[in-house]
Design a protein around this ligand. Sequence first.
Ligand SMILES: NC(=O)c1ccc[n+]([C@@H]2O[C@H](COP(=O)([O-])OP(=O)(O)OC[C@H]3O[C@@H](n4cnc5c(N)ncnc54)[C@H](O)[C@@H]3O)[C@@H](O)[C@H]2O)c1
Ligand SMILES: O=C(O)[C@H](O)COP(=O)(O)O
Length: 528
Amino acid sequence: MPKVLISDKMDPKAAQIFRERGCEVDVITGQTPEELAAIIGQYDGLAIRSSTKVTKAILDAATNLKVVGRAGIGVDNVDIPAASAKGVVVMNTPFGNSITTAEHAIALMFALARQLPEADASTQAGKWEKNRFMGVELTAKTLGLIGAGNIGSIVADRALGLKMKVIAFDPFLTPERAVELGIEKVTLDELLARADFITLHTPLTDQTRNILSKEALAKTKKGVRIINCARGGLIDEAALKEALDSGHVAGAALDVFATEPAHEHPLFNTPNFVATPHLGASTSEAQVNVAIQVAEQMADYLVKGGVTNALNMPSLSAEQAPKLKPYMALATNLGRLVGQLESDRVKSIAIEVEGAAAELDMKPITAAVLAGFMSAFSDAVNMVNAPFLAKDRGLDVREVRHDREGDYHTLVRVSVETADGERSVAGTLFGNATPRLVEIYGIKIEADLGGHMLYIVNRDEPGFIGRLGSTLGEANVNIATFHLGRREARAGGEAVLLLSVDGAVAEPVLWKLCQLAGVKSVKSLKFG
Ligand SMILES: NC(=O)c1ccc[n+]([C@@H]2O[C@H](COP(=O)([O-])OP(=O)(O)OC[C@H]3O[C@@H](n4cnc5c(N)ncnc54)[C@H](O)[C@@H]3O)[C@@H](O)[C@H]2O)c1
Ligand SMILES: O=C(O)[C@H](O)COP(=O)(O)O
């Protein structure tokens, strides 16, 4: 039974769902990185929020880990390249807390507009400072969104309801989507110059880090109010403090900080500064949503092989998974066959599908071919890291989907380009379930690929099979199955033999086979 660790505070629904769906689960929160590293080796899955840092060191210690599930959106606390290299799937729940976070941004906007936290503190201190707190209306003000994705567009919708004018800077926002949202797409400089309120809703990337830099803040309208419910690091916090102190920025509300938890901060106690401790996603509704979603996704993956919302692997629903399963086995074996036959001379690899296979999502099939292919060079390869390893090796990967009707109701072909030209192998599914090789390097052959096999290319001539059988018999090698194919319909041409044998064939025996008259090449193969 797969074992999952929940290492951050999460709604109890998550643990309940893991158990209901066939996983063992431990909930251990508040561990130091060293404590987590000491126990992570026992677990197949790790469910987190933003507190647990899934670093390379943690991943190195995670010898059984298959999936990290983030109950929330941001995955900047997970070293995704390190997870991918280790073959660990990283998933998040991209929509479960969007409404809640958008509402927090709107709440902070009101808090700034009417100085609610300061007015509250003053009133409860018995001061009744009615004349000290003069607010501004939101109606007719311009709200500048930096980032108009899931959360940004919900903020836009709510702000339009408040009769604000909404402008957005987001290089990936299409003009059509902007029209659909009822907002105006602008450049960053235009947004800085025009917005009365600015709210940030981008991930933290190399492009967005410090997007509100000292220079950018200097370009804002005097009296601007700024809200950040996205990620610390998007704003230069020291420059923001200066701008608040000088009065250029009339108010700032941060839910997120460059360093968290922020127990101390130069911005704390600055007038017109409002802070919340990364509460964007903290509503009971959002926490139930993300807990249920992450547990369902992770259990689907660990128990049924379904992949949803993975950041480093193509999606594969739990319903699709059984249908695709035989294709994955076929694709893995075709990739593995080519990988073993061609070793490291391959420059590019093409995956072609036709018939029933052409109606399927190709991404998982491609990942499986690459996993099989790369397994000839690396022990630690799987569908998650294979595409990354292939890219690292500079392997050019192509996917082709054919509409044509072929000889088989379904076909997957893997072709590689080597220094000696293009070579391809192809396979089908018998009864939609059993993978079967049907062609190898232009020669028709029907074979199951599995266990230990011998691939022999020889001159097609009488007596060869007898000589081969005797040599293997003398070496005590038992032949389990025997498949034969030949290039021409008459003797004298090239033939291929694929033999299943009961165990690995020793080097001296392979050498003897190479010496047999008519043999061109002999290769020992292994399939998982
Ligand atoms: N405070 C919280 O508790 C909390 C809760 C949920 C999400 N978040 C954070 O909010 C952020 C936004 O989440 P989302 O779900 O809307 O993400 P999203 O991916 O749906 O949207 C992000 C948007 O940012 C845009 N973007 C990317 N690079 C940009 C750039 N250089 N300049 C301008 N725009 C750029 C993208 O095109 C996209 O539209 C994430 O960082 C997420 O981690 C915080
Ligand atoms: O990216 C997110 O989903 C938010 O930052 C929420 O983080 P949390 O789960 O730690 O509250």
